[in-house]
Design a protein around this ligand. Structure first.
Ligand code: NAP
Length: 259
């Protein structure tokens, strides 16, 4: 007996989302669609049906889930994409669609790390102080406006695309991770960086900068994650997500269980 594939919507845009999507390619148990916000110029996409752009809030997402007969919604967005994650929880509740959140663990400082934790970008600017400093900003391209208010620092900004809004006289490096420890060290030394501002994104792809900062004695200003509502099921990595989807497929196809 053949079984219909499980219709999945992956809210993507992260390395982990892409890894999961690629693991689903060609797997007859699953019929996934991959969704991105549509703000990155050349997003990395899997070989799956893809869509881009917002849904129009939680109601819009709920409408999409219904229209497309989605059975599982996978929230694999960035830990700072709090609005999208909140909408996913709301739309899943509204429609009864199963929700799996792929939430990569936050970075935790080791005994030799002395991070300065701040709640948001405005507080990160405050933490830099009034003395001119050489600052490495790895916070993406969307939230640089607060740093324009402190133009006495020299900013080296690394992001996937060139930021539209950025402080005067900054140096922009457009690059996508993963990044290696020796390259991160070289960058910190070459630009004589004395402070690193980063979001607590977690994950391996961009972790090396933290070790490099420790080795080069660079202060780390760590922007804490925003709060997101808990999802009914949460896993820390793509492998666990794949296992969960496999188990859900069996649970949701009674004939597979001989029922
Ligand atoms: P957000 O503020 O949570 O999302 C804003 C809106 O964008 C959502 O309400 C939704 O629009 C749309 N959206 C977001 N992710 C989507 C997806 N996968 N598919 C379809 N629509 C999506 O998130 P953000 O604006 O993307 O980013 C917020 C923070 O996360 C920033 O700091 C950014 O640097 C960081 N970040 C995000 C991503 C990502 O892929 N989302 C990747 C790297 C870093 P509707 O309400 O209209 O549905």
């Amino acid at each position: 007996m053949t079984h219909t594939p499980l219709r999945i919507l992956i809210l993507g845009g992260t390395g982990e989302a892409l890894q999961l999507a690629r693991a689903l390619e060609g797997d007859a148990r699953f019929a996934p669609t991959y969704s991105v916000a549509g703000r990155t110029q050349n997003p990395r996409l899997p070989d799956l049906p893809c869509r881009g752009g917002g849904f129009g809030g939680p109601d819009g997402l709920a409408g999409y889930l219904g229209r497309e007969a989605v059975e599982v919604l996978v929230d694999a967005t960035h830990p700072f994409a709090a609005r999208m994650s909140t909408h996913a929880v709301m739309a899943a509740k509204q429609t009864g669609v199963a929700l799996l959140a792929l939430r990569r663990p936050a970075w935790i400082p080791g005994p030799e790390d002395h991070w300065h934790g701040v709640p948001d970008m405005a507080a990160a600017v405050q933490a830099l102080g009034t003395r001119p400093r050489r600052v490495f900003l790895t916070i993406g391209q969307l939230e640089l406006a607060p740093f324009c208010e402190a133009p006495w620092h020299r900013y080296i900004i690394r992001s996937v695309d060139l930021p539209a809004v950025r402080p005067p006289d900054c140096l922009c490096i457009t690059e996508r991770g993963p990044f290696r420890l020796e390259d991160e060290q070289r960058l910190l030394l070459q630009h004589r960086i004395d402070a690193l501002v980063t979001k607590n994104s977690g994950g391996e792809a961009t972790r090396a900068k933290l070790e490099a900062a420790r080795m080069c004695n660079v202060e780390v200003i760590m922007v804490d994650r925003p709060w997101v509502p808990p999802a009914p099921a949460e896993v820390p990595d793509p492998k666990a997500a794949l296992d969960w989807l496999g188990a859900h497929y069996v649970r949701s196809r009674p004939t597979l269980r001989g029922v």
